[in-house]
Design a binder for this molecule. Structure first.
Ligand code: SAM
Length: 361
C-alpha cells in the first residue's frame, strides 16, 4: 500500500440535523436545495461481502482483521421496514437492496416480504450473483421485482482477478439464468470498467448478452470510499465504451426511461436490445440525483460520496415517533446540496469518503 487513506471503519461520523435539530416538523420532503425530489432509497443490509473486488473491497484493506459491524449494530428487519414506510410517505418510488452482498443477510426474504407490502414502491436488489442460483425463486416469491447482477468479465482469469475470491464466471451466469427463470426481469448486468484490468472484456460482454433481453450497463470506475487507490487514469470514459461496441455492433442513442435515470441508453441498430453506460465521472448526473442511502447501521446519506451521515438508528432506538423521524427526513432532504461528481478533482478523490460496501452501491 502506498498513499492510501485509512478507511472509515466505524461509519459513525454523524452530522447534526439541519435547522437546529428539532425532530418533529411533520413536513413532507419536497425538494432539496437544487430542486431535486426524493424518489429512490437504497438500503444496505450488510457491510460484508464474499467477494473482494479490487475496486471496491481490496483484500489488503478488507482482510481477516477488518472490523465489520457487529450484529447488534445492524438495523433489524423491523427497523428497516419502519424506516422504509416512513420514506414511502415522502414519495419514494423505488427501493433497492444492496450492500456488501445483500444475499449474505440471513432470511432476507422476510425483509423483502415486509418491503413489498409498501404500496407503490418498485423493489429491486443488486447482487454479485453468487447466491442467486439458490435464492432467485424464493426472492421472487417474497415479492422482489427485479435484480441487477454485477459481472465484470466473461473471461475466467480476468473475472477471478477482479473479484479476488476465485469465484467462477459460470456460477454468476447460472445465477442470471435462475433469476430470469424466476421472472426477476428485465435483468440488468453491471460491469465496472477499469483501465488495464478488463477493457478487453467490454465487447465480448456486450456480444454475449445481445439479444438476451438482459441489459448490460458499463460503469465508469469511481472514487467511492477511500481505499481503492482510484486514479483518473484508470477510468475508461463511457464515450470510449460506446465507440468500442458501436464499431462492432452499430448503436444509436435513445431517450432515458425517466428523468434521473442513471444510465445513458444505447440500442443496437438491428433491434436486438440495448446497453447502458453509467458515466458518473465523465458526465456527472448530480443534477437529477434523487437517491438517498440508508447504511447497514441506519445512517442516512444524501450522496454516494458522503463523508458523514445522519443517525436515524439513534432516533429509532431512542424512542422517536414516526412523525419525528419523518420530520427529520424532510429536513435532511430539504437541506441537501450534494453534487460531488460535478466538483470532483484529484484532491476531492482523497477525501475520507464512506466505503461503498458500507453505504451500499
Ligand atoms: N455486492 C453487490 C454487487 O456486487 O452488486 C452489491 C453491492 S456493490 C457495492 C454495488 C455495485 O457497485 C456493483 O455493481 C459494483 O460493481 C459497483 N461498484 C463498487 N465499487 C465501484 C467503483 N469503485 N466504481 C464503480 N462501481 C463500483
Amino acid at each position: 500500500m502506498t498513499d492510501r487513506v485509512i478507511p472509515i471503519t466505524d461509519g459513525r461520523r454523524t452530522k447534526p440535523l439541519p435547522n437546529g435539530g428539532s425532530l418533529d416538523s411533520p413536513v413532507r420532503a419536497s425538494a432539496d436545495l437544487l430542486g431535486r425530489r426524493l424518489r429512490d432509497l437504497r438500503i444496505s443490509v450488510t457491510d460484508r461481502c464474499n467477494f473482494r473486488c479490487i475496486y471496491c473491497m481490496p483484500r489488503d484493506v478488507f482482510g481477516p482483521d477488518y472490523p465489520f459491524l457487529a450484529r447488534s449494530e445492524l438495523l433489524t428487519f423491523e427497523e428497516i421496514a419502519r424506516l422504509a414506510r416512513i420514506f414511502g410517505e415522502h414519495g419514494i418510488e423505488k427501493i433497492r437492496l444492496t450492500g456488501g452482498e445483500p444475499l449474505l443477510r440471513k432470511n432476507l426474504e422476510r425483509l423483502i416480504e415486509m418491503l413489498a407490502a409498501i404500496p407503490g414502491v418498485d423493489l429491486t436488489l443488486t447482487t454479485n450473483g453468487s447466491l442467486l442460483g439458490k435464492k432467485a425463486r424464493a426472492l421472487k416469491a417474497a415479492g422482489l421485482q427485479r435484480v441487477t447482477v454485477s459481472l465484470d468479465s466473461l473471461d475466467e482469469g480476468v473475472f477471478r482477478m477482479m473479484n479476488d475470491a476465485d469465484f467462477p464466471v459460470s456460477e454468476v451466469l447460472a445465477g442470471i439464468d435462475a433469476a430470469a427463470a424466476a421472472g426477476l426481469s428485465p435483468i440488468k448486468i453491471n460491469m465496472v470498467v477499469k483501465r488495464g484490468a478488463n477493457e478487453d472484456s467490454i465487447v465480448p460482454m456486450a456480444r454475449h448478452f445481445k439479444g438476451s433481453g438482459h441489459i448490460v450497463r458499463f460503469i465508469e470506475y469511481m472514487d467511492v470510499g477511500a481505499t481503492n487507490g482510484w486514479r483518473m487514469d484508470d477510468v475508461v470514459p463511457s464515450a470510449e465504451v460506446v465507440r468500442m461496441i458501436g464499431a462492432k455492433m452499430p448503436l444509436e442513442q435513445i431517450d432515458p426511461n425517466y428523468t434521473g435515470e442513471v444510465a445513458g441508453r444505447w440500442r443496437y441498430r438491428d433491434g436486438s436490445g440495448e446497453i447502458g453506460v453509467i458515466s458518473s465521472v465523465t458526465q456527472a448526473f448530480c443534477r437529477t440525483c434523487t437517491r438517498a442511502r440508508l447504511s447497514t447501521e441506519g445512517m442516512l446519506y444524501t450522496c454516494l460520496f458522503a463523508t458523514a451521515g445522519y443517525d436515524l438508528r439513534g432516533m429509532l432506538r431512542g424512542g422517536s415517533s414516526d412523525e419525528e423521524i419523518s420530520g427529520a427526513v424532510a429536513r435532511i432532504w430539504q437541506a441537501r446540496a450534494d453534487r460531488y461528481s460535478e466538483i470532483r478533482t484529484a484532491e476531492t478523490a482523497k477525501l475520507r469518503k464512506i466505503e461503498m460496501s458500507y453505504i451500499g452501491g
